[in-house]
Design a protein around this ligand. Sequence first.
Ligand SMILES: [Zn+2]
Length: 275
Amino acid sequence: MVSRRMLLGALASGLAVPALAWAEGDNPTPSVLTRKGRRTRRALKSQATDKAALDKALAEVKPLEDPNAVEPAEVHPPAVSPDEALGRLKQGNAIFARGGASIALPSLVRIAELSKGQRPFAVIVGCSDSRVGPELVFDCNLGELFVVRVAGSTVSQEGLGSIVYAVEHLGAPLVVVLGHTKCGAVGAAVDVATKHVDLHGALLNMVLPIMPAVLEAQDKHPADLQDAAIRQNVRDVAARLKVADGTLAEKLSEGRLKIVSATYDLASGVVAFDA
Ligand SMILES: [Zn+2]
């Protein structure tokens, strides 16, 4: 059996070079060889031998470990239902909001176990705000939450791909779009809408996806527009996620996935779920 280390050593020593060249266009033609002008018959023979050796080595190398191929039950608890996952988040937040934390830092053994695979029970779509770290807020540990965070809790195409990955490949049964009180990103969107604050470049791009929620909230003339927009924004993001991707929609219709919105209160530590 050839180890990956041996193969990498062979690659580093140049063994792979002819094979890579061939890989680009099987069996180089004489014209190519003539143009390059450096490959003698002897060198070709040597390369052929090397190619055969490399093919043999490649055939014997074990494929890259696919973390998703690891039997989750060996390393992680079994998958939970969407409602069970939601219950765990609610329970975790109740512990956090009481000022307690039942989760200890993971041991080195646990860290090593997790290197074999992950099976997060929830995806958290959150804001980048430093005061709303999802693992802390939900009293969770490494390997339990798959987190996508952008200021304003919005979701780009890359973020959507991350969510689909977690649901489809890691088996996460729950997506929570988590906003928080006094969100500065939503506040900036409110300022653009009401005070015509001039944002540009990347900051404007960050705020634009929040604007529909601000306008929607504005129509209802709330006492606190920023707070209303924060709650509207997470509801909107959750609603969009439900129709944004075929895989998510299918799992939703089969009851194998829930997508809910929620708002974290900075002052009390309590998460209010919309479901
Ligand atoms: Zn925020």
